[in-house]
Design a protein around this ligand. Structure first.
Ligand code: C5J
Length: 220
């Protein structure tokens, strides 16, 4: 067992039943010129997570923690993208439209892939998800059950969208979730702050919040 300081209380985990979940660290969200920036967002708000997440990944790999990456995106024919999701926003910057890094959020396109700095290592699972939550319409639940994983250390982007949706899905499935504040990011500073507060409020209604150096120290 390992324990680290966290909000609202110390977080205790068993490394053998814990997985690191790195959510949607994709070029389209994080890189200058990608989908996120095309929508007018400041990618700098997300890019501050890259360095701490790279250190976290290195520590997780050294300690042989299970590492799972996710990517949000759709099949080229968009058959897995409901109209309610597709028909949002300006048609020229919608999912499937041509973007600076290929078709926006389409599997196989350059913009859909994970940034080079955090590229999955050989043997690490990459879950392709059509929704915001990593459990919806994916094999993640079965994969975690097969490995007897009960605790998720959650990082990635964006805090209030795919990170939150995944943490909420995980809660309803009985997982304990630790969210690492310096390794999750939002384009909107006020959503970042509120998103983290919502996790730990009410005695940890969705889980715990800590900083990655504290988790790395506990892992070693
Ligand atoms: C968004 C995500 N923000 N990965 N996706 O559309 O949070």
């Amino acid at each position: 067992m390992a324990t680290l300081p966290a909000d609202p209380a110390p977080y205790t985990f068993e490394p053998d039943s814990t997985a690191l979940l790195v959510i949607d660290m994709q070029r389209d969200f994080l890189e200058p010129g990608g989908f996120g920036e095309t929508l007018g967002n400041d990618v700098g708000q997300l890019r501050r997570t890259i360095e701490p997440t790279a250190k976290l990944l290195q520590a997780a790999r050294e300690q042989q923690l299970t590492v799972i990456h996710t990517r949000e995106g759709h099949l080229p024919d968009l058959s897995d993208c409901p109209p309610a999701k597709l028909n949002r926003g300006d048609p020229s910057v919608r999912i499937g439209a041509p973007g600076p890094m290929g078709r926006i959020l389409i599997r196989g396109e350059r913009g859909h892939d994970i940034i080079d700095e955090l590229a999955p290592a050989p043997g690490e699972t990459v879950i392709d998800k059509p929704g915001k939550g990593a459990f919806y319409a994916t094999g993640l639940g079965d994969l975690l059950a097969a490995q007897s994983i009960r605790s998720l250390v959650v990082t990635g982007v964006t805090t209030e969208v795919c990170v939150h949706t995944t943490v909420r899905e995980a809660n309803d499935r009985g997982f304990e979730c630790l969210v690492l504040a310096d390794c999750v990011g939002s384009y909107f500073p006020e959503f970042q702050a509120a998103g983290l507060r919502m996790i730990a409020a009410q005695g940890g209604i969705f889980g715990w919040v800590a900083e990655s150096p504290a988790f790395i120290a506990a892992l070693q």
